[in-house]
Design a protein around this ligand. Sequence first.
Ligand code: ARG
Length: 444
Amino acid sequence: MNRFNNSIAFDKVLYEADITGSIAYAKALKKIGIFTNEEYIRVVKALKEILNEFANGKFVIQPSDEDIHTAVERRLTEKVGDPGRKIHTGRSRNDQVATDLRLFLMWKVDELMKKIVDLQKAILRRAEKENNVVMPGYTHLQQAQPILWSHYLMSLFWMLQRDKERFQDCRLRSSVLPLGSGALAGNAFLIDRGALAKELNFAWVSENSIDAVSDRDFIIEFLSACAILMMHLSRYAEDLIIWSSVEFGFVELDEAYSTGSSMMPQKKNPDSLELIRGKTGRVIGNLMKLLTVMKGIPLTYSKDLQEDKEPLFDTIETVRASLEIFKGVVKTTKIHPDKMLAKMDDEMVFATDVADYLVKKGLLFRDAHKIVGRLVRWLTEKGKKFSELPLTTYKRFSTLFDDNVYRLFDLWHSVNLRSAEGGTAKASVVKQIREGKKLLRKQL
Ligand code: ARG
């Protein structure tokens, strides 16, 4: 039962949050006369020593240490005697663990947001440097219209921006102090919760002790935000995996982020990206785990809640590593603009531009669409390209065609047509990169 019940093996990572919480709680206890000033000073000193023991790997876990909370209290009592046996006055592990988790989460969210910014910077740098590469853009994994490689890269920048906003948002809702809620009904010692919140950098104090010890929304929100973030990385991983195949050849992963096959000497496998894609399943699974654990727990605390930790810790570590690896991939992957051009589907990518051209000459879009549809079918049958057709043939499809239709069959012309905000025109992408930089500057 002990082995089944104990959480110290995994919740020891909470040691800093737990001890930080206890130091603040000791101060609150001094304020209401539970600790004398001398006791308080000894307790804080001992707690700081315990913190160092953990940080230096010197803390020895005893078989009786059920979880991080009991372990710290046991060690404190070893060090200071009776005052250690007063630290839990009015406190329950229920409000304590909720406090630890919220503190821990806020710290980790800050770290992860920095990692996102690092990745965004790598994207910006690369988009700026490689703002002259045209590639096929896809819908349905079918070639659609030419786009700039930099425009493609920047699309991830904006997804990450939203991911960061979601982190900020869930950080905000984590910033509510449960400490002082006791086991479920509140604290009977007139503890100053406002001062506790200030001491621990919480923005608010919880309004309802029942809710405070039961609530794990902040973890679920965080896990959701992580699942969305990983889903984003996974889609880019998938693109790059496809584009690194011989069939495409658009990109080439650096040796550092790929591995060879144990059997086939010629192979270079995109393992880094495959793992990010795979670990996305794991992170989504962690979210499902906690939702499933939570859905049947009667208020307030039940031990089921101990199952909130492993999915949380695992997700933090997985997301941190994935962001770092993806940044490495963004920095080091080679692109092959020649292959991107070579694979551009025989001018068919200009079909929309031809239809738009007829619209600008006065046709209704639906009519233009139909005419160009006919033209495309005809070209496919004859195995010809737009630019090879004489004007007389064009005229058979619509009399609105004239000589300047040939100007359309240039990739840069096509790209630069999309000059409305947010489009792939070079000028729009330059502006987009500028906006991205401005945003990051504002945030840091
Ligand atoms: N290890 C426990 C957890 O992680 C701490 C809270 C224990 N509370 C209790 N009433 N048994 O949830």
